[in-house]
Design a protein around this ligand. Structure first.
Ligand SMILES: NC(=O)c1ccc[n+]([C@@H]2O[C@H](COP(=O)([O-])OP(=O)(O)OC[C@H]3O[C@@H](n4cnc5c(N)ncnc54)[C@H](OP(=O)(O)O)[C@@H]3O)[C@@H](O)[C@H]2O)c1
Length: 317
């Protein structure tokens, strides 16, 4: 069994959750961590028993023996950090959204292609067992012809004008941070919309704090989506077909429960139990692809991430 040496860039909140889940994978070893601060790198290395730690992202990217790097900085740092690694031929698993906008995402895709390096967006929901089940139900016609997606994600984020959720320079705003989940689900189920209508409440720092979206498709399908940094929402997703409905229960983006309600007959309820938070599935997929010699994941190809970024750009416009 090949053991993969992982590097982490940006040892903050999500990096800690990811590092903990990585320990669930027997073929993954947390090998190096890079921070903008020597102290923070050393602290993370102590906490997660990482043998190598560096006081810059560049030094991390130059660490010999690395197989792949997980990028966990705020959105505004994704492109630069990914290109830094890709230019050295390192495989990259980059947090969502892949970048701040399509132009940056295209730079990353081009760097991956130029260096024949693996690149995947760490949109963890895509790799979770319930999501795979939802797609199987759709593909096998369990709910018939798709009619609509309805999904939301909202929570009251404590206001911090310098934090990544509210600072425009860090890519702040509801759409890119949490609105990306309903938009992602819609693209997964229905593809790219023909028409997008959106409205946002813009907060004191100039970022969208509450965003509603309606997507329309050529075949008449619709999506009704919502993201908010101002208040709790149900965090549920529904996929409606002409022969039934799939419900992804709260919090749907890492749900442990699905209900398939056919137009006729009894509902089918599925429960999911797995260790950890669920970040191990995206890490396992990256390693599986790299071992198979793939440069992108068939589950989350770079093309899909570019399409997602393009739809987020259109929504902002
Ligand atoms: N998949 C998920 O469930 C999930 C959940 C939360 C967040 N995320 C994604 O993960 C990324 C990071 O989110 P987070 O909540 O972990 O962020 P965070 O804790 O605020 O920041 C992560 C780290 O990024 C580094 N960093 C680099 N440039 C920075 C800057 N200009 N300002 C602040 N920190 C900077 C910092 O580490 P050093 O300075 O030590 O290098 C910081 O600790 C985001 O893109 C977000 O969308 C994903």
């Amino acid at each position: 069994m090949k053991i993969f040496n992982w590097g982490i860039i940006g040892p903050g909140r999500i990096a800690r959750k990811f590092a903990a889940d990585l320990t669930l994978l027997p073929n993954a070893r947390l090998y190096a961590v890079g921070s903008r601060s020597a102290d923070r790198a050393a602290e993370f290395a102590r906490e997660y028993k990482v043998p190598h730690h560096f006081d810059s992202y560049e030094a991390l990217a130059n660490c010999p023996g690395l197989d792949l790097v997980y990028i966990a900085t705020p959105h505004s740092g994704h492109c630069e950090a990914a290109v830094l690694c890709l230019e050295r031929g390192l495989a990259v698993l980059c947090e969502k959204p892949l970048a701040l906008n399509l132009v940056e995402a295209q730079r990353m895709a081009a760097a991956a292609l130029r260096n024949d390096a693996f690149l995947m967006e760490a949109l963890w929901t895509r790799f979770l067992p319930p999501t795979l089940q939802v797609l199987e139900w759709i593909e096998t016609g369990a709910i018939g012809q798709l009619q609509a997606v309805k999904a939301d994600f909202g929570f009251p984020a404590p206001f911090d004008p310098a934090g990544r959720l509210f600072d425009p320079a860090l890519g702040g705003g509801a759409l890119l941070d949490i609105g990306i989940y309903p938009v992602f689900l819609t693209l997964l189920c229905l593809g790219t919309p023909q028409r997008i209508e959106a409205a946002s409440a813009i907060g004191r720092t100039g970022v969208d704090e509450d965003t509603g979206m309606v997507f329309q498709y050529k075949n008449g399908a619709m999506a009704h989506l919502h993201a908010s940094l101002r208040y709790h929402t149900a965090i549920e997703a529904f996929i409606y077909g002409d022969k039934g409905t799939i419900q992804m229960h709260s919090r749907w983006h890492h749900t442990r429960q699905l209900t398939l309600t056919p137009a006729e007959g009894d509902p089918l309820v599925m429960h999911y139990d797995y260790p950890g938070l669920g970040y191990q599935f995206e890490a396992a997929e990256a390693m599986r692809c790299i071992e198979a010699g793939l440069k992108e994941s068939p589950l989350m190809p770079v093309r899909f991430s570019l399409d997602l970024m393009a739809v987020l750009d259109r929504t902002k416009r």
